[in-house]
Design a protein around this ligand. Structure first.
Ligand SMILES: Cc1ncc(COP(=O)(O)O)c(C=O)c1O
Length: 396
């Protein structure tokens, strides 16, 4: 997920415009800023590219998830269903609101298994949060159905899959709200940053206010603005937004290179006996940021991971053992280890997680290897990598 790989002159130009204006904050200082409104510019470009009515930039992808759910009224004790395979940001964003993360199994898409989602629903469930991990997507058709049936919100975490699509629609635009991260290692980056998109005007207005201390943004005197409700500070700076303005203009070019490199690696491994590719839901299109495949057994996956690294194929991940992306190492969540006291709703409702059976997830994750796709590789480097992948996996 390498926006930083092709970082250069275009980004410098946009940042320079902000530095020249002298206004680093996205709100206010109208007279001083020489017409530079980089956060607004990026919001417009993002909404346009994602075919939604609204986009709200914030300080990170984690903030985007928090603000998205807050904007739709998620609060203390509400349950949010999310997958066992995701980044810790998913449950952090839920806990930040006093809400309760509920884990559901993944299937061979490496994202939420619709049947496990059904089983996880309780009278307190408010949100289903599919996380489109490693460049591909959840079965949004099935999850949309479940959300409608139970009157739940669908909040897409598309932080790792910007540019992918489902049934012709950009990922992030299908749920009630969708979230992106523009941190340093995502397909496009602001350095740090994130955004939510939605077609719901009320959610957008709430997000706009909530992410800036509750400011209603009426008029041009910040001190005189009113605060219709409590908020917080999740603002992005103009400097970060400026980098994103340059990067979003390059998104489709990045995706094209990503897919080309992905296809070369995919071609090299697809016929190797025992190796099978992750399932992409019907009418889904990945953003091709990772090549994800299953080995026939956990032991073979471990061996493949070791051999690939030893064989000079860097950027390979065995998530099953990873501290940050898979439930097995989330003891701090399961044991509720926090600096301060957690809300009683979280303490009461989170306890059952330790007894839950995630063997279905382990079945898939224990056998999964993900190979990062970079866009800075030369053609020779991609061909060399494909050859190494093929010969190493064939020997296992
Ligand atoms: C799936 C997913 N969700 C959320 C985030 C959080 O994004 P950020 O680092 O911008 O807070 C990440 C970041 O790695 C992620 O991978």
């Amino acid at each position: 997920m390498p926006g930083f790989e092709l970082f250069g002159e275009l980004e410098r130009k946009e940042v320079q415009k902000v530095l020249d204006s002298g206004v680093l904050m996205r709100y206010g200082f109208d007279g001083m800023r020489n017409g530079q409104w980089k956060a607004r510019e990026l919001e417009n470009a993002l909404a346009n590219r994602m075919q939604t009515r609204y986009a709200q930039l914030v300080s990170s992808g984690t903030a985007a998830l928090t603000v998205a759910m807050a904007s739709a009224g998620v609060g203390a004790g509400d349950e949010v269903i999310l997958p066992t395979f995701t980044f810790v940001a998913s449950f952090e964003s839920v806990l930040a609101l006093g809400a309760v993360p509920v884990l559901a199994n993944i299937d061979d898409t490496l994202t939420l298994d619709p049947e496990s989602v059904r089983q996880a629903i309780t009278p307190r469930t408010k949100v289903i949060m599919p996380v489109h991990m490693c460049g591909s997507l959840a079965d949004l058709g099935a999850l949309t159905e479940i959300a409608k049936e139970h009157n739940l919100l669908l909040v897409e975490d598309a932080c790792q899959a910007i540019g992918g699509s489902y049934a012709g629609k950009p990922l992030g635009s299908i749920g009630d709200l969708g979230c992106f991260s523009f941190d340093y290692v995502k397909t496009i980056t602001c350095g740090e940053g994130g955004a939510l998109i939605t077609n719901n005007e009320a959610y957008y207005q709430n997000a706009d206010h909530f992410s800036d201390h509750g400011h209603d943004h009426v008029g041009n005197d910040r001190g005189a603005e009113t605060h219709p409700f409590l908020g917080y500070n999740y603002r992005i700076s103009e400097l970060n937004a400026a980098v994103g303005v340059a990067q979003i203009g390059r998104l489709d070019a990045f995706l094209e290179i990503q897919e080309k490199n992905y296809r070369t690696l995919e071609h090299a491994i697809q016929d190797i006996p025992g190796v099978s590719l992750r399932r992409i839901p019907d009418s889904g299109v990945q953003n091709y940021s990772f090549l994800n495949f299953f080995m026939p057994t956990e032991a073979k996956a471990r061996e493949a991971h070791k051999s690939l690294l030893a064989g000079g194929v860097d950027g390979c991940f065995y998530w099953y053992d990873n501290n940050w992306h898979y439930h097995r190492k989330w003891d701090h969540l399961k044991d509720q280890i926090s600096l301060g006291k957690l809300p009683h709703e979280v303490r009461d409702q989170l306890g059952r997680m330790k007894q839950q059976d995630f063997s279905l997830s382990d079945h898939w994750m224990g056998r999964t290897i993900s190979v990062l796709i970079k866009i800075g590789w030369t053609e020779e480097e991609v061909i060399d990598r494909a050859g190494r992948l093929q010969s190493i996996l064939r020997d296992i």
